[in-house]
Design a protein around this ligand. Structure first.
Ligand code: BTN
Length: 258
């Protein structure tokens, strides 16, 4: 039996000025990204959050499905109206906000797998999906999708059991989703209006990927590269040192730690 979110408890812990102050709450929908896109197209203000207890067609990066059973996790999309500079920073801010929130609410020390997977014990506990609506050189809106495995029974989902974890699995007891959600939104809003350089340093400090031997695959099956993940640039791109000594700047791709 699924337990629904306590929206009054969420409200009590929310310290934001604008993020999450308009909350569109669904017990079930296909994907929060799709509802958020319709809302954004119809003029929803910055800070609107679409939240669902269950997604029947939750999706991750690279078109993968996102396991989204009812009442145990967090599935939400933030609607933003960013400048192009802010749009480019979202891939850093979003996983960092989750990592800081998990540090605040639990005694875990999450890491980030480039570009924006949040890991605990080398397993994925949260993911970020960023879509945008552009008009020429301008961003009309950005949709920041956050999926956080809070109380998921990972073993009940054999397809992800080897690579995923949940907060409950890591700390050994259920975790209040309202506390995690409020902390994420509080952290996100503060990072969004704060200095980009400070966010970059905090993101970089949590990167599991740096110094590791990695394989990077590119969207659309356009090949792969191997090397050492040497560093990240301030725009978030990954600097890969190949075996022949040459360096490659990777803007988007999927990293496998080797
Ligand atoms: C990934 O790591 O591949 C990204 C996962 C993003 C999942 C979230 S859950 C809320 C939002 N709605 C979706 O359908 N996906 C994102």
């Amino acid at each position: 039996m699924a337990t629904w979110l306590n929206l009054a408890a969420l409200e009590e812990q929310l310290k934001t000025r604008w993020l999450g102050r308009r909350l569109l709450y669904y017990t079930s929908l296909g994907s929060t990204q799709d509802v958020a896109r319709q809302e954004a197209e119809q003029g929803a203000p910055q800070g609107t959050v679409v939240l669902a207890e269950e997604q029947t067609a939750g999706r991750g990066r690279l078109g993968r499905p996102w396991v989204s059973p009812a009442g145990s996790n967090l599935y939400l999309t933030l609607i933003l109206r960013p400048s192009m500079r802010q749009l480019r920073s979202l891939g850093i801010i979003a996983p960092l906000a989750i990592a800081l929130a998990l540090e605040e609410v639990t005694d875990l020390s999450p890491r980030i797998k480039w570009p924006n997977d949040v890991l605990v014990s080398q397993r994925k506990v949260a993911g970020v999906l960023i879509d945008s609506g552009l008009a020429g050189e301008e961003a009309r809106y950005a949709l920041v999708g956050l999926g956080i495995n809070v109380n998921l029974d990972v073993q009940a989902h054999p397809d992800i059991a080897a690579t995923a974890t949940s907060l409950r699995a890591e700390v050994g007891h259920s975790v209040a989703r309202e506390a995690v959600l409020a902390a994420c939104l509080n952290r996100f809003e503060a990072l969004y209006r704060g200095p980009a350089q400070a966010a970059f340093q905090q993101w970089r400090a949590r990167l599991e990927t740096l110094g590791r031997a990695v394989r990077v695959t590119f969207a659309g099956g356009t090949g792969a590269e191997e090397g050492i993940a040497e560093d990240v640039a301030t725009d978030g791109s990954l600097i890969l040192r190949r075996a022949n000594g040459s360096r490659l700047r990777v803007v988007a791709g999927e990293v496998t730690l080797r």
